[in-house]
Design a protein around this ligand. Sequence first.
Ligand code: PAF
Length: 278
Amino acid sequence: MEVIHTVRDLRRRLAGEGAVGLVPTMGSLHEGHLSLVRSARTLASCVVTSVFVNRLQFGPGEDFERYPRDLSEDTRLLGAAGCQVVFAPDESEMYPVPQRFLVEPPELQHELEGAIRPGHFRGVCTVVLKLINMVHPQVALFGKKDYQQWTLLREMVGALSLPVRMVSGETMRADDGLALSSRNAYLSPEQRSEAPRLQRVLRTVAAGIKAGAARGDLLTAASAELAAHGWQVDYLALRRQSDLAPPQPGERALVLLAAARLGGTRLIDNLEVLLPEA
Ligand code: PAF
C-alpha cells in the first residue's frame, strides 16, 4: 500500500488503473470506514482512501482542532483492510488558494444537521467534488450514518453529472447498538454507557410508528426520555428516505434522524423505517 500526499503523485500512481474506488474519510478510522474499504475492493481493482480533516465543513467553535488524527494507525488499518492507496493531502495541497468557489447544495443543506451547523454541507460537497476530480473514481462509497450527507452527495453527483457511481454502506455498531463514530472517542466511560440510548429511542419510535401510534407523540416522548437522561436534543425527526422531505400520507420508506449532545460530544444516528403496504 502506498501513502500519497500530492495530487501529482496520485495521478501518476492511478494512470492506467482500471476501476478505481474512492472511500473519502477524515481519518480516525473505525470498522465503519473499513467495511466501506472492503466493499470497495469488490467493486474496484484499486481502492483509494482519502484521509483529510476538512476545515471547510467545520463551523466556528466546532471540533476541527481537536478532531482525532493518527495517520500511521489509519495507514496500518487500511493496509490490513486491503486498501491500495492512501491519499493524505495537507491543507495547502487541498486548498492551495483560499477556496472561494463553493458547491451550493439545495435547501436541505439548511435543515436538520444544517440548521445546527450552517455551511457544513457546503464544505462537505465542495471537498467531495474536489476529491472526485482528483481521484477520478468509477465508484465512491459513503456510510449511511451520515444520512443527510449521503442524500446530498448522491444528489450532487446526479445534478453535476459526475461520472461516478455512488454506493452506500450500512452503519456499523458496537455490540450495545452505539453507531461507530470517530467522535465516540470523546465520551467519558459514563457517557459511553449512556450513548446507546440514542439508537434505543429510535427503535422505540420506529416500533410505535409501525404499530400506528401518533408520530408527533412518539417523537416528543423520545426527546423527553433523552432529556431526562442528560442529553440535549438538537433534532429528532421523521423524513422520507428518498430526499429527506417531510413524509406525505401513505409514504412507506421513512427514516428517523437524530442528533443530540451528551456533555460536549455531539452524536448523530438514524434508523430506516419501512412500513408495510396498507
Ligand atoms: O463523512 C466524512 O467523514 C466527511 O464528511 C467526508 C465525506 C470525508 C468529507 O470530508
